[in-house]
Design a protein. Structure first.
Length: 287
């Protein structure tokens, strides 16, 4: 397993400096990722992409994950809206290839106008699923020559709400370049599942582990507020058995990247130490 970080780099790669990458290496990470705002996609020149790629190489850091942000829904019933979304995603894949990214992260979107990671009952209809499969097949067809692995983000509030649905999607799309993100925290739906985390983690990894070549490392804290709040926590400071989660990921992808994410700069060093300590105690090598 390899260890990386998301959140320490600017979204606009043109603002990347040696200081950003030096700090990442100082903390012992060999990989990093960032999210480019989708509206900037057409502004990134070949020269800017080449500069970014060379800077990563100079610091011996892998671009473990590249993403673009967008509010589009990949299963929008409007064909024109879906076509625009596909064009944006394909453009991001082309940039991922120029940057030499290990994987390219995309999001499915939502029928909820409040944002791509908000719930809506229409996200879970057979029609929505069929449209998402059709869209991902089109993305796979148009990006096949780029040699880019596209990984789809999943979450309990999204159309990809359960491990079983996620696995069925990859089977339905049936293309080797379309895979998933192993964001295990996103598939805990209840307090009971958190307190029975061994069973839940085993189910998640058994169902989608082989299909998810990159892992997002987080923990869960059960909030004290009504009604039910499952909050992200610093790895090692929550309820989950991270030794089990990291061990299961390593078993499927021994060269894959486990990426710490969603933490401020003050908490990243603690998270890195915790993940290394947990891995060492469990006999999980970090290369």
């Amino acid at each position: 397993m390899r260890l990386g970080i998301v959140g320490m780099l600017p979204g606009d790669l043109r603002s990347l400096t040696n200081a950003h990458l030096h700090k990442i290496r100082e903390l012992g990470f060999t990989g990093a990722g960032f999210h480019l705002p989708g509206e900037l996609l057409n502004e990134i020149s070949d020269e800017a992409a080449a500069r970014c790629r060379q800077m990563f190489a100079d610091h011996e850091i892998d671009l473990a994950q590249f993403a673009i942000t967008y509010g589009d829904c990949l299963f929008d019933p409007d064909p024109e809206a879906r076509s625009a979304a596909v064009s944006k995603v394909v453009g991001g894949a082309a940039l991922a290839a120029r940057l030499g990214a290990d994987c390219y992260l995309i999001r499915p979107g939502s029928h909820n106008p409040a944002g791509p990671w908000t719930p809506h009952r229409e996200n879970h209809t057979p029609e929505a699923y069929t449209l998402l499969v059709r869209t991902l097949r089109e993305i796979a067809r148009r990006t096949a020559a780029l040699n880019v692995i596209t990984v789809v983000e999943t979450h309990v509030v999204s159309i990809l709400n359960t491990p079983s649905v996620c696995r069925r999607l990859i089977t339905s799309v049936n293309h080797a370049t379309i895979r998933l993100v192993m964001d295990y925290v996103n598939h805990f739906e209840s307090i009971d599942q958190v307190y029975s985390d061994t069973e839940r983690l085993n189910h998640i990894f058994e169902t989608i582990g082989p299909l998810a070549p990159v892992c997002h490392v987080k923990d869960i804290a059960v909030g004290n507020r009504l009604v039910v709040h499952l909050d992200e926590a610093v790895p090692g400071h929550g309820e989950l058995d991270l030794a089990l989660a990291l061990g299961l990921f390593h078993a499927h992808h021994p060269d894959g990247y486990a990426l710490i994410e969603h933490l401020g700069p003050d908490l990243v060093p603690l998270a890195a130490v915790n993940v290394r300590t947990i891995s060492n105690r469990a006999g999980i090598p970090i290369c």
